[in-house]
Design a protein around this ligand. Structure first.
Ligand SMILES: Nc1ncnc2c1ncn2[C@@H]1O[C@H](COP(=O)(O)OP(=O)(O)OP(=O)(O)O)[C@@H](O)[C@H]1O
Length: 592
């Protein structure tokens, strides 16, 4: 009943469960005990009725009942241990799977995050894994125990009376056919519920992250309507699955009742003809309940397992999503380690790039070079490809055409962890975690102590404002630096880049204007960096551009002009036009 495809999904689950073999062994060892004690029960009924009650012999009856109670207690204990240990294994496996998946997600390439909404990934790690922990583990435990119990009980019933057993067994094929029929529809429905739940969670997360914007623009009703659209999809799919579940449950219950009625009718006739003892008939009816209850439960167990297979589908997608450096031919660390101790040069040779196969060319035949100690500015209209150049250097995307040489080595073939220490990046769209200022400055740099954090902040003139905060470097930031001004956020981003300690500073200058005091601090920090480091800057400030050795003017992914400020002004081309469009703020010019 479980397809080969499904078994492939289970591979990961069993891999993680195999770490808990001991507990699994204890749990499984309880199964034979549970089944044996279960089988003994009808035997006791036959003995009590036929040897004692029906013939009026009380001698030995109490001992028999005592034994019966003992067997029942053992049955309960075996069942409890079976569930406890195997559930523990299941939950531990799910816990380990979540940790492994989270670690894996952190290593996925940016293209994965481009195509997958955050909420979808979030719901994989929460809802889908919970579905596996609950639906799969509990469903499986019940299914395994009930299946073995049912087969054992049927064999025992056949020994007691094969004709009555045949009557029972004849009902099985249509019941199983029906179960399978509904099961297929249920699986499709569970797919829809799980993916609409994921989309809804994604939307919820985005709306909560952007709640300040929603309130500011009075977009509450619009956002609420959108959320209802997602919940409606989920609700409708859920209602359909409930209908299938309920239909299946009542059909099986009906079939059970009819079969029990037939057995009573047929069995009573045999008892009256002395072809069957009363004890056997009562034991038979009692056992029948034990066979049909699991048969009925099979459907809900299977439904539960179906639910988890939809979740396994999603989890498997995460397991097979290629990692950033998977299947790439890389230099060995020994080959490149010594060559990358110092930044010497970076060269783009006819580099072209598209974000998606078949998508538009975002960089088209870009060539330039940068030597140690130089400052390179990238300017151009919005969408011209400036950030893309930075992303390629930072190895955020690696599938470029042409060649990018770092110290003469092909960038795509250098393991990322050998490249990143050379570069420090100051992002325009900085993300600050709800942690201390110190944590945010030292992000990703283990071993950076308070002294170095302070030095980094001093370097970019951020120390004064940080020290003036209540708690100083220990001030806890609210969501994405909500308790800081835009300028302060930029200064922290700047300090973060300096704390990274890279030899090449990549600056993605913010376009948003800040107050004049912060602006002058940023200017001072940039000119300090220009004197000390190799810099690649996406430049919007005229001062940054003017101080650069080389300016590349990008337009629709191509370098249309290059040179220093004076040379480009003299050309009276695109650059000069761009400068004409500048917005003059407080005597300082910014390129839009
Ligand atoms: N993740 C992405 N997936 C697909 N296309 C993208 C992606 N990121 C950027 N683009 C596209 O690539 C082009 C260049 O984008 P890029 O961010 O490099 O421009 P930019 O010059 O830095 O612009 P800006 O000055 O506005 O930041 C744009 O047309 C943009 O729409």
């Amino acid at each position: 009943m479980i397809k080969a495809l499904d078994l492939r999904y289970l591979k990961h689950f069993f891999h993680y469960a195999s770490a808990y073999k001991k507990s699994a062994a204890i749990g499984l060892a309880m199964l034979p005990l549970s089944i044996a004690t279960n089988l003994l029960f009808p035997w006791f009924i036959i003995k009590v009725i036929d040897n004692h009650l029906a013939v009026g012999v009380y001698q030995g009856l109490y001992q028999l009942i005592g034994l019966l109670v003992l067997v029942l207690i053992m049955n309960y204990i075996a069942d409890a241990f079976y569930s406890y240990y195997l559930r523990m294994v299941g939950q531990n496996a799910v816990f380990d799977m979540r940790s492994a998946l989270f670690a894996r997600i952190l290593k996925l390439p940016r293209s994965y995050f481009d195509k997958t909404p955050t909420g979808v990934t979030l719901s994989r790690l929460t809802g889908d894994l919970e579905a596996i922990g609950e639906s799969f583990v509990l469903g499986m435990l019940g299914l395994v125990k009930d299946s073995i119990n049912t087969v054992a009980l049927i064999i025992m019933m056949a020994f007691i009376d094969w004709q009555l057993t045949l009557l029972v067994v004849l009902v099985f094929p249509p019941v199983l056919y029906l179960t399978n029929f509904v099961r297929k529809r249920l699986r499709a429905m569970y797919q829809i519920t799980r993916s609409s739940l994921a989309k809804g969670t994604g939307f919820l997360q985005e709306a909560l992250l952007g709640v300040k914007t929603v309130q500011l623009y009075r977009a509450e009703q619009q956002v609420e309507a959108e959320f209802l659209r997602y919940t409606d999809e989920f609700k409708n799919a859920q209602l359909k699955t409930n209908t299938y579940d309920a239909a299946l449950f009542s059909i099986i219950t009906g079939v059970t009742s009819i079969t029990i009625g037939l057995i009573i009718w047929y069995g009573s006739g045999k008892v009256l003809q002395d072809a069957l003892t009363l004890g056997v008939l009562i034991a038979f009816i009692n056992t029948l309940e034990k066979v049909f209850v699991p048969l009925r439960d099979f459907t809900s167990q299977i439904a539960s397992i179906q639910r988890s297979f939809a979740a396994f589908d999603h989890i498997e997608e995460l397991f097979i999503e290629p990692l950033a450096e998977q299947d790439r031919v890389l230099y060995s660390i020994d080959e490149v380690h010594d060559k990358l101790q110092r930044f010497e040069s970076l060269e783009f040779k006819n580099v072209s790039f598209r974000y998606k196969p078949g998508g538009p060319l975002v960089l088209n035949n870009v060539s330039f070079s940068l030597r140690q100690g130089n400052q390179l500015a990238l300017v151009g209209t919005t969408g011209s490809g400036k950030s893309t150049v930075m992303r390629l250097i930072a190895k955020v995307y690696q599938d470029y055409d042409g060649s990018i040489l770092l110290n003469g080595l092909e960038l795509a073939q250098i393991p990322t962890d050998q490249v990143t220490p050379l570069f420090s990046l100051m992002q325009q769209d900085v993300f600050l975690f709800e942690q201390s200022i110190g944590f945010n400055i030292a992000l990703g740099k283990e071993g950076v102590g308070p002294e170095q954090i302070k030095q980094a902040a001093q370097y970019v003139y951020a120390d004064d404002f940080i020290s003036a905060q209540p708690g100083g470097y220990d001030l806890q930031l609210s969501s994405n630096g909500g308790n800081l001004s835009a300028g302060q956020t930029q200064l922290i981003s700047f300090a973060r880049a300096v704390a990274q300690g890279g030899q090449v500073m990549m600056l993605d200058e913010a376009t948003s204007s800040v107050d004049s005091v912060t602006e002058s601090l940023i200017q001072k920090a940039i000119s300090r960096l220009f004197k000390a480091k190799t810099v690649i800057a996406i430049a919007h400030r005229l001062s940054t551009i003017r101080d650069s050795d080389q300016i590349l003017v990008l337009h629709q992914g191509q370098i249309v002009e290059r040179g220093n400020h004076d040379q480009l002004i003299a050309q009276q081309g695109v650059y000069a036009n761009l400068l004409n469009e500048i917005e003059v703020t407080d005597g300082e010019a910014n390129l839009a």
